[in-house]
Ligand binder design. Structure first.
Ligand SMILES: [Zn+2]
Length: 347
């Protein structure tokens, strides 16, 4: 029966399949889950399902409607997210009210080629307050034949008035074993590679698949971890320079800077875990062995447990502060001041 492309979210697929059958689908859903866990895949499944021509199994994946949606050329399925500012050529921080107004207008029109107009708001936490309020009207009094799908990894950032009017669909990370198994069975990866990507993914299948097909994902991680080691080994000047770099990165793309800090957090968690002798819980498996000179093992011997724990919690607190719009340069300078000095270990 699996014509849904969504994997590992059986609880949702079953419930939605039932609603579809009974023609009792809600007109607005909030899809919640960590980045790259599969929210867009589920949204596209729903878009296909409500437009599919097959009477038995929707989405069938084979009919003209399903295929046009999958090809990204269906006129009634629209994805709305942050756009590039024409003047600065940077990605805007927010989804604007103009974008929502355009959506509202399109929502009043009859579907052009399908049965239902589907609007997917990717990164709904980026709706600014005006945009969220404007959208509220459409969610409260939806035109017929409209399905609104709000995707977010941070639901608390969406005004309660808006999110309480959507039906919530919570997507869960897959087990690390399930991701690894999928990578072996479906992508033909080696056991070792699949284990590594499974752990790095944190159960987010979309991330694991992206890292499988796009080598730059892992190359970028290697570059960032190299930089991390330089910063840990470096003096205050190197560390402040890094804070400046990362703050600038934050200005260009919050998401990228957030990912870098996520790597840092994962790394320090690994150091702690190693130090406590739980090697089997390490995420950055490839930094245990000769490939990267056992960098993880070496560094874990350079700090006291308490130093590592303190810095890891400082990292988490910094990430939290940045989410609450603290000044990135100051927050990152403070973080660098909290970075402990590595002890020289005789080898
Ligand atoms: Zn179909």
């Amino acid at each position: 029966m699996t014509t849904w492309k969504t994997i590992g979210q059986d609880h949702l697929v079953q419930a939605l399949g039932k609603s579809l059958q009974q023609d009792r689908l809600s007109h607005a859903y909030l899809l919640v889950g960590p980045p790259q866990v599969g929210k867009m895949t589920l949204a596209m499944d729903l878009a296909r399902a409500v437009n599919c021509l097959d009477e038995q199994k929707r989405p069938c994946g084979a009919c003209r409607q399903c295929q046009r949606i999958e090809g990204g050329i269906h006129a009634d399925v629209q994805v709305i997210g942050v756009e590039t500012d024409g003047r600065t050529e940077r990605l805007r921080a927010e989804i604007t009210i103009d974008q929502v107004r355009a959506l509202e207008q399109a929502a009043t029109l009859k579907p052009y080629e399908g049965a239902c107009r589907v609007f997917i708001i990717d990164g709904a936490e980026r709706l600014n307050l005006y945009a969220a309020n404007a959208l509220l009207k459409t969610v409260e009094e939806p035109p017929p034949q409209v399905l609104l799908l709000l995707l977010t990894s941070n639901e608390e950032a969406i005004p309660l008035t808006l999110r309480s009017r959507c039906q919530r669909l919570g997507l869960r990370p897959l087990s690390l074993e399930a991701v690894a198994k999928l990578l072996i069975d479906e992508q033909g990866l080696s056991q070792e590679r699949a284990q590594l990507l499974g752990r790095l993914s944190g159960g987010r299948l979309g991330w694991a698949l992206a890292a499988t097909s796009d080598s730059t994902v892992i190359e970028e991680r290697t570059r960032q971890l190299q930089r991390l080691q330089e910063v840990v080994d470096g003096g205050l000047e190197v560390r402040f320079e890094y804070a400046r770099e990362l703050a600038a990165q934050y200005g260009r793309s919050r998401e990228t800077a957030r990912q870098v800090l996520g790597l840092w957090l994962q790394w320090w968690r690994d150091l702690l875990v190693l130090r406590e002798g739980s090697r089997e819980l390490v995420v950055n498996l490839d930094y245990l062995g000769a490939d990267h000179d056992g960098a993880l093992v070496r560094m874990s011997q350079q700090f006291q447990t308490v130093e590592m724990a303190r810095f890891a919690s400082e990292l988490a607190a910094t990430m939290e502060r940045l989410e609450q719009n603290a000044n990135p340069r100051i927050a990152l300078d403070v973080l660098m001041l909290a970075l402990p000095r590595a002890a020289v270990v005789a080898s």
